[in-house]
Design a protein around this ligand. Structure first.
Ligand code: UTP
Length: 294
């Protein structure tokens, strides 16, 4: 019998250096797109996929991220007594069930693979999802939900993938998959940040995974890979030939909120989706563009 995917790991222990100086005191995942922190988008996507247990791999300086999920009874009482029911609803939508969140520490930033491995005792011996909150995906059906449904048919390991321009492949983990118009494609190999011209395809790994617990054992055995970090991709690659490893071409639009330009792009796109902001933001964009030309 195939296990249900009940657990998700959010590796949020990175240094977030591309957002300095903000990340000197604010975790990257607390930065907001319009009015919701990145971590709220991540949690909502995981909940929509049927996930019940949420594991955060954190590090020094991330306490505001842990506090974010506490209930806020004083604020709630204030909003209720002022009749601000719409704001109260927004607040209560962030509440999580008692005991559904767990935090584990990564003592040193030794890479994504190492961060996931730090959660091994909380994951145990069942399949689990990994979701990187700085990859935000806008989709009619949330990306992880699409993957959990596809996982029900094939099991094994699954990585979200997306076509990128050939000159961009050296910034990603890249999958060796056939160039065919199928959502689910068997992975023959994968390489982390291949040098220009050496990528096996244009299909880049995006921050959503469903993994078997044997990947954790492989990470435990792994030597540091590209960039001296313990890479998740190397451990998943060692599963090829043993268990299914599939790339999943999700439906939706991905924003790279780990980069400044991607973050600004996502901010504009999400603001334009909001009926209360759309007109005002369109006006601001038109005005700003006109000023630039003048
Ligand atoms: P990134 O490569 O984006 O690194 O990590 P970063 O530290 O977040 O940001 P920059 O590059 O310094 O600006 C991808 C994901 O892996 C997590 C990060 O928190 C992010 O969610 N990560 C990375 C860890 O949890 N631990 C690590 O040692 C490295």
């Amino acid at each position: 019998m195939r296990h249900q995917v009940r657990k998700v790991v959010f590796p949020v222990a990175g240094l977030g250096t591309r957002f300095l100086p903000a990340t000197k005191s604010i975790p990257k995942e607390i930065l907001t797109l319009v009015d919701r922190p990145l971590i709220q988008y991540a949690i909502d996507e995981a909940r929509a996929a049927g996930i019940e247990q949420f594991i955060f791999v954190t590090s020094r300086g991330k306490s505001s991220l842990e506090d974010y999920f506490d209930d806020a009874p004083h604020l709630a009482a204030e909003l209720a007594s002022g009749g601000k029911t719409d704001l109260l609803e927004i607040l209560e939508a962030t509440y999580m069930k008692s005991g559904s969140l767990a935090y584990v520490r990564q003592n040193r930033a030794l890479g994504l693979g190492h961060a996931v491995w730090c959660a091994r005792h909380l994951i145990g011996s069942e399949p689990f999802a990994v979701l990187l909150p700085d990859d935000v995906i806008a989709a009619e059906k949330p990306c992880l939900r699409q993957m959990v449904e596809a996982y029900g048919d094939v099991g094994g390991n699954m990585l979200a993938m997306m076509e990128v321009a050939p000159e961009r492949t050296s910034s990603y983990g890249v999958l060796d998959v056939a160039a065919e118009p199928k959502r689910l494609r068997p992975v023959r190999g994968m390489v982390e940040k291949p040098p220009a011209g050496e990528a096996p395809s244009n299909m880049a790994i995006i921050g959503r995974y469903i993994l078997t617990p044997s990947v954790l054992e492989a990470i435990g055995r792994a030597a540091p890979g590209s960039g001296g970090e313990i890479q998740l991709t190397d451990a998943i690659a060692s599963e090829i030939g043993r268990r299914p490893v599939n790339g999943f071409a999700f439906e939706g639009r991905r924003f790279d909120c780990g980069s400044k330009a991607g973050f600004v792009q996502a901010t504009i796109a999400f603001a334009l989706q909001r009926p209360d902001l759309r007109e005002a933001v369109l006006e601001i964009i038109a005005e700003t563009a006109a000023t630039r030309r003048a």
